[in-house]
Write a protein that binds this ligand. Structure first.
Ligand SMILES: Cc1cc2nc3c(=O)[nH]c(=O)nc-3n(C[C@H](O)[C@H](O)[C@H](O)COP(=O)(O)OP(=O)(O)OC[C@H]3O[C@@H](n4cnc5c(N)ncnc54)[C@H](O)[C@@H]3O)c2cc1C
Length: 572
């Protein structure tokens, strides 16, 4: 199997770097005491009660995939690869030593090892290759787990997932689709025909602004028809261009008919490099294992995707999947932060007790666990709705609304969440050696790319306005599993009134989307979570008793049960 092969190769490569089990001889000045235990040796799938139950209910056939990937998240050697890939980030090689432009990027071997593991696990492809139903849900599970391994690689896997939506049904892209679905990652710089697997990027954002793509300045001039493809020559730039060593990119260029979607192979069929010139790599706050660059196109060869002038519509049809991926990815990121926080607080003492048992810290951990469970369930609901897009109008409408709602909310909450999880670690959490620091720096990114928080709110309003029946489907979904208490019922009644208003002021879009997200989370918890857990979520988030700060639940003996439910086995 590809995953086993990739794992064996990576284990051999990192064995020398993994931390020794026995520390060196102690120094004479002090003993190292009361440092938290490393958080490894667990399975992020089998130890996750929420995820396990969701898979058992909706796609039991993916249990083996999820179990394998869950083991990677808890594997000390794989965790070390993530550290290495982030500490030794990508480097631009604009020229070779003879002065020829090569426009390439070099990575630490750990990056390629992680890419091989992710691709072997089908994190990028399972939705399209599954022979069983619920492929998007099953892939969401893989992505949720992968985001507990290493987030930088989550960018190329998410883009490959979306890319297949653009390749489908277009004969000129048949080979691209076939190679993109491959589980045999191939980092070589070769024409597509010679590769075992293709990696795909997206390049829309230009200097003048990424939210309003109608202002795209790059131009595309028609050259002719080549092997069934409409060929164009592009001139312009892209200000953000992640994974610049990808084999091909979707991009936007202005033609005589307006902004059009183009596809740019990195290496042309004859083996020559396409004219994609990397200006520099971005020095990023987080996501440091992954390369993001600025590029220029100068007579760059491209193929038209779809119709001229309909490029933004084409790209947005793929964006549904990348947005879903970041809703799921942020839920995974929060789950990893929770695992780390519980592990730390359970293996370090303070004031004569395990820190996890200190009343305020227990409140923080329980509150994080509630937040994580709600984020997971709502993202998975959006994934299940995506599975029904072709077969059910109700599910299509729900997917249309729930995807920007969950992208908005999960990505927004991830920043607050990782900050609190970091604080659980005290000063150790602020030091980059600690994986929680990496998550903290990563978290804000998901709210920016693939549509910012404001863009998601605007998209929710657009969906409600333009899709007849979307409002009714959403309201039916959030009330269809019943309510838990008067506060829940009155929250839904007010939401219904506000959403049914003749016109919604755009200035209220964030507030409204927030309440839609909470309503969706509550309904998923009513449906799937143990009653006391769902009740805690609803009383705190919908009932107005939560201070808006994590750890402000009403104190109670049940908080420790909530934390136990979220504890992975290595920490017991
Ligand atoms: C690490 C990283 C990697 C990236 N990789 C890629 C990539 O590979 N490909 C790619 O195409 N892009 C990429 N991006 C770019 C990203 O998609 C854009 O940054 C994002 O879409 C926002 O565009 P902008 O930065 O130009 O901000 P702007 O569009 O200038 O927006 C700035 C702020 O104004 C708000 N705003 C804008 N319009 C409105 C409005 N009408 N109403 C209310 N608020 C508004 C936005 O929400 C945002 O808060 C990457 C970004 C980062 C940080």
């Amino acid at each position: 199997m590809p995953l086993e092969g990739a794992l064996l190769a990576t284990q051999a490569a990192t064995a020398a770097q993994a931390s020794p089990a026995t520390p060196a001889t102690p120094v004479s000045t002090h003993q190292v005491l009361n440092q938290a235990a490393p958080c490894s040796g667990y399975n992020a799938f089998t130890d996750d009660a929420v995820l396990r139950q969701a898979v058992a209910e909706h796609a039991p056939w993916t249990t083996a995939n999820a179990t394998q990937l869950g083991a990677l998240a808890g594997d000390a050697q794989v965790q070390d690869m993530a550290r290495l890939a982030n500490e030794h980030g990508p480097q631009l090689r604009s020229h070779d030593r003879f002065g020829n432009r090569i426009d390439w990027v070099e990575f630490h071997p750990a990056w390629h090892q992680l890419m091989a593991l992710a691709f072997a696990s089908g994190v990028h492809s399972l939705a399209w290759t599954a022979s069983e139903p619920s492929g998007h849900f099953a892939r969401a599970v893989q992505s949720y787990l992968w985001n507990q391994v290493e987030n930088g690689v989550g960018c190329p896997t998410g883009m490959a997932y979306a890319a297949c939506a653009g390749f489908a049904g277009r004969p000129e892209f048949a080979l691209w689709r076939e190679k993109t679905l491959s589980t045999h990652y191939d980092a070589r710089r070769l024409p597509l025909q010679q590769k075992t697997c293709a990696v795909i990027g997206y390049a829309m954002t230009e200097k003048q602004g990424g939210s309003d793509l109608r202002e795209t300045q790059t131009t595309g001039d028609f050259i002719g028809t080549e092997n069934g493809a409409q060929a164009y020559s592009l001139t312009g730039h892209k200000w953000f261009f992640s994974v610049p060593v990808s084999d091909g990119f979707y991009t936007l260029a202005r033609t005589k008919s307006g902004v059009s979607c183009m596809f740019v192979p990195r290496i042309l069929a004859d083996g020559t490099a396409n004219r994609v010139f990397i200006q520099r790599l971005k020095d990023k706050c987080g996501n440091r294992s992954n390369a993001s660059s600025e590029v220029e196109f100068d007579r760059t060869w491209a193929m038209l995707v779809g119709e001229e002038g309909r490029g933004i519509r084409e790209i947005l049809s793929h964006a549904h999947l990348t947005r879903l991926d970041f809703a799921v990815g942020s839920a995974g990121l929060m789950r990893q932060a929770l695992t780390l926080a519980i592990s730390h607080a359970s293996t370090r003492n303070g004031f004569g007790r395990r820190m996890a048992d200190l009343p305020m810290q227990a409140n923080v951990l329980a509150d994080l666990a509630l937040e994580s469970e709600a984020a997971t369930l709502s993202a998975l609901r959006a994934a299940r709705a995506t599975d029904g897009i072709e077969t059910s109008e109700t599910e299509r409408l729900l997917a249309r609304v729930a995807t920007p709602v969950t992208k908005f909310w999960n990505c927004q909450r991830a920043t607050t969440f990782t900050y609190e999880a970091l604080q659980v670690h005290g000063g150790n959490g602020f030091i980059m050696e600690n994986p929680i620091a990496r998550l903290y720096r990563e978290a804000p990114l998901n709210s920016i790319w693939e549509g910012t928080t404001n863009m998601m709110s605007m998209d929710v309003l657009r969906a409600l306005e333009r899709e007849p029946g979307a409002l009714e489907v959403f309201l039916g979904e959030v009330s269809g599993h019943g309510t838990m208490g008067a506060a829940h019922a009155s929250f839904l009644a007010r939401l219904k009134d506000d959403l049914s208003a003749a016109s919604i002021d755009e200035g209220n879009a964030r507030g409204l989307t927030t309440r839609m997200a909470l309503a969706l989370q509550a309904s998923e918890m009513v449906r799937h979570s143990p009653q006391p857990v769902a009740q805690r979520f609803i009383d705190s988030r919908l009932g107005g008793r939560h201070g808006g700060v994590i750890g402000t639940l009403d104190a109670g003996a049940d908080l420790k049960d909530i934390v136990s439910r979220a504890t992975v086995s290595a920490q017991a």
